[in-house]
Design a protein around this ligand. Structure first.
Ligand code: NAD
Length: 501
């Protein structure tokens, strides 16, 4: 018996039991059928959807296993194919409107579940989903000449398996749905276990609304209790045509070993270089706003600063005047002991630092307490002078505490920026008005995002030009993901005809 048939049968049994009041472990939420779709834009989809997959109804995208979710998503992909561009536009509209409307309650449940970052910034991130590009990005390319017309179209893959991080669970999931479904695909999420409940709330709400408006069920599915096993099952499932991974080094490595094509939005450790041609006040304000945002959870957030020695004092003074608080060396030492654990290197080599998860994404005032200082709860950012080998420089620490390293020359600043970025090819920032310095750093760092004279979020259209995504594909090279990232380019050729002049 095929896996799909098994799944269908299991679901029929579960639904029948649910209707007669029994409970089964495979049903992850009330078994009542979804409300009938409000309209049926193509005139047949609602009825067809109802008859095509009756057993999968009532789940609103939340499934116990990867195989069930993939089967439902494949069915949804076929429904979306039938309903065409109008349905894709409707899904985009629904997700953007609901993310904005629910920003406060969803930001709150994500904050309560993960206990990292800042509540106002969790809410703000959901209000940004409207900036994620959708269906309009899929204009075909045409070639017209003496031998006729050729059209290259951006077409869907089918089901995309997506992995989301704990740092922005609902925002990543929401932006991914916009991109992936705008391109005509369905998606199955394996969320971070510590941010999976809030993700399921959003998935359920999106599917209810999408079903009501389009008649399509389960276009965005989620595995209710994600594990490494469910990750492996999602990657292995034959319906999963493509992976989108947003997370740290381990999951990127795991995805690349699956044999499936993987678009990987991997880790970063963004350096900032400040030279003596920039405006120190503007640089200080930009650095604070980028590094303080959501307590520095963003992969693009400023994580360490290299500054020319003779302007370092001025930069730090401007940072203090604009809301950041400097730690002295004793306070830094205390905080470092709390923020990292150190393991002896092999054969007596250098000790290796790992970040204490308890302090990731915590408020600056909480870090200050660990450093032995009492600061007001609304303190935005801490900073301290360190050397380049300090763990706050070398580890992707995701805390509102910025190490500042003095350098003697532009060359040294660029070289240390490059070293501390660890070849993630993610994000780097410069504050300079010298085009030669800017060009030299851009070429040396070779990052996906390179921001000049602004805070890091400017690289995602937040204060700079360009569009937004919460998944920046770095090691695999697709860049800031958009609907075209999730398409196959297919060429259609008419020989010697249809050219109109
Ligand atoms: P994480 O790597 O711990 O988890 C990310 C996801 O991968 C989660 O869903 C987790 O369950 C899963 N995962 C982790 N290890 C796995 C393994 N071995 N096999 C299968 N799945 C595994 O990261 P996090 O703490 O949730 O998020 C922070 C990290 O993500 C940082 O490194 C940050 O830079 C990165 N990130 C990158 C982007 C980007 O766009 N490039 C965006 C957000 C976060």
């Amino acid at each position: 018996m095929s896996a799909v048939n098994e799944t269908l049968i299991r679901d029929v049994v579960a639904e029948v039991l649910g209707r007669i009041g029994g409970a089964t472990t495979t049903i992850t939420q009330p078994v009542s059928a979804p409300a009938a779709p409000k309209n049926d834009s193509c005139g047949c989809g609602g009825k067809k959807a109802a008859s095509a997959a009756p057993a999968l109804r009532g789940k609103y995208g939340v499934f116990a296993t990867a195989d069930e979710a993939c089967a439902a998503a494949q069915e949804a992909f076929l429904q979306l194919q039938q309903k065409g561009m109008a349905a894709r536009r409707k899904i985009e509209e629904i997700v953007k409107a609901m993310a904005e409307k629910n920003a406060e309650p969803w930001g709150k449940i994500e904050f309560e579940e993960t206990k990292i970052g800042s509540l106002p910034h969790k809410v703000a991130k959901l209000g940004l989903i409207k900036l994620v590009p959708g269906v309009d990005w899929l204009r075909p390319d045409a070639h017209s000449g003496d031998h006729g017309i050729t059209l290259e179209e951006y077409t869907p893959f089918g089901v995309v398996g997506a992995i989301t991080p704990s740092t922005h669970s609902i925002p990543t999931l929401s932006g991914n749905i916009v991109n992936i479904c705008a391109a005509g695909n369905a998606v199955v999420f394996n969320a971070h276990p510590s941010a999976a409940k809030c993700a399921a709330v959003a998935v359920r709400a999106y599917n209810e609304a999408i079903y009501r408006e389009t008649g399509i069920e389960n276009i965005a599915c989620i595995i209710e209790k994600p594990t490494l096993d469910s990750f492996n099952a999602l990657c292995k499932n034959d319906n999963t045509r493509l992976l989108l991974v947003t997370g740290g080094p381990m999951v990127v490595k795991a995805a690349m070993q699956t044999g499936k094509r993987a678009i990987c939005a991997g880790p970063g450790n963004p350096p900032v270089f400040v030279d003596d041609t920039c405006c120190p006040t503007r640089a200080a304000k930009a650095i604070i706003s980028g590094a303080a945002f959501d307590n520095n959870l963003l992969c693009i957030g400023e994580k360490q600063v290299f500054v020319l020695d003779h302007v370092a004092d001025k930069l730090m003074q401007r940072m203090s005047e604009n809301g950041a608080v400097k730690l002295n060396s004793a306070q830094l030492e205390k905080l470092t002991k709390a923020a990292f654990t150190f393991k002896e290197g092999q054969g007596g080599g250098c000790a290796h630092a790992s970040v204490n998860k308890e302090l990731i994404g915590k408020d600056a005032s909480v870090l200050a307490q660990a450093a032995g200082v009492n600061l007001p709860a609304d303190t935005q950012l801490l900073f301290a002078e360190t050397d380049v080998n300090h763990p706050f420089v070398q580890e992707e620490q995701m805390m509102p505490m910025l190490p500042i390293v003095r350098v003697k020359s532009v060359e040294e600043g660029i070289a240390l920026s490059l070293q501390s970025e660890h070849n993630y090819k993610h994000t780097a920032v410069i504050h300079s008005h010298d085009v030669e310095n800017i060009t030299a750093m851009a070429r040396a760092l070779d990052t996906t995002l390179f921001v000049k004279n602004g805070p890091s979020p400017a690289g995602l259209g937040l204060g700079g030009e360009g569009y937004l995504s919460f998944s920046i594909a770095t090691p695999t090279g697709e860049g800031i993901t958009n609907p075209r990232t999730f398409t196959r380019v297919r060429r259609c050729v008419m020989v010697d005809n249809l050219r109109i002049y």
